[in-house]
Write a new protein. Structure first.
Length: 201
């Protein structure tokens, strides 16, 4: 019900429903479900620019995932924390979260999750004045998982599409296509290595 409310633009109602679900999951000590609800509620608050509460929820989810040994969950929580940090212009923290999470998610071999990470890392680099790196990582992501941008949640998709337009305007069509194609030709290992290098690792 919360996800339905969120998809219909009812962020406030979604947060109320997530909160109700969270109380229930904590009462029955369903830790994996609790972690998932914390993440979803954090994203709903992120869309409302309630960054402080979002960060606290993501940190709680990360702690649960670490304690239960849920490595994909840890990676997901780190991605969320990186996203939250970037939106607050805390770029060093965003880089750290993305770097740690990307190294974890690489081991899963899930192209969808890895592609999501590459898009987020690309946006971080683009925001910091490196549009070519953003486009190359976008090409990498869509090379691993075609049409990944269309698969993103609406808030994230709108943000990504905005940066695509910014990068295209900054680079020009020819340079944009060249950077995108260069990224798309990389292998999974090359993609992750490139992203980590650009993050300063």
């Amino acid at each position: 019900m919360a996800r339905l409310a969120e998809s219909q633009g009812g962020d406030e109602r979604a947060v109320e429903l997530y909160d109700e679900a969270l109380r229930t999951s904590k009462a029955v000590k369903a830790k994996p479900v609790t972690s998932m609800i914390l993440e979803r509620m954090g994203i709903a608050l992120l869309q409302r620019k309630d960054y402080e509460r979002s960060q606290l929820l993501f940190e709680d989810a990360l702690e649960i995932n670490q304690k239960t040994g849920n490595r994909p969950g840890v990676s997901y929580s780190l991605n969320s924390l990186g996203w939250c940090a970037r939106l607050q212009a805390d770029y060093p923290k965003a880089r750290s979260c993305y770097c740690d999470g990307l190294q974890l998610i690489k081991q899963s071999g899930d192209n969808n999750d890895i592609s999501n990470y590459l898009v987020d890392v690309g946006i971080l680099l683009g925001v910091q004045g490196h549009p070519e790196n953003f486009v190359r990582l976008l090409g990498l992501a869509e090379g691993l998982f075609p049409n990944i941008v269309k698969m993103l949640i609406p808030f994230s998709r709108a943000e990504t599409e905005q940066y695509i337009e910014i990068a295209r305007a900054a680079l020009g069509d020819e340079a944009y296509v060249a950077a995108y194609d260069a990224g798309k030709q990389m292998s999974l290992d090359e993609a992750v290595a490139y992203a980590l290098k650009e993050l300063g690792q």
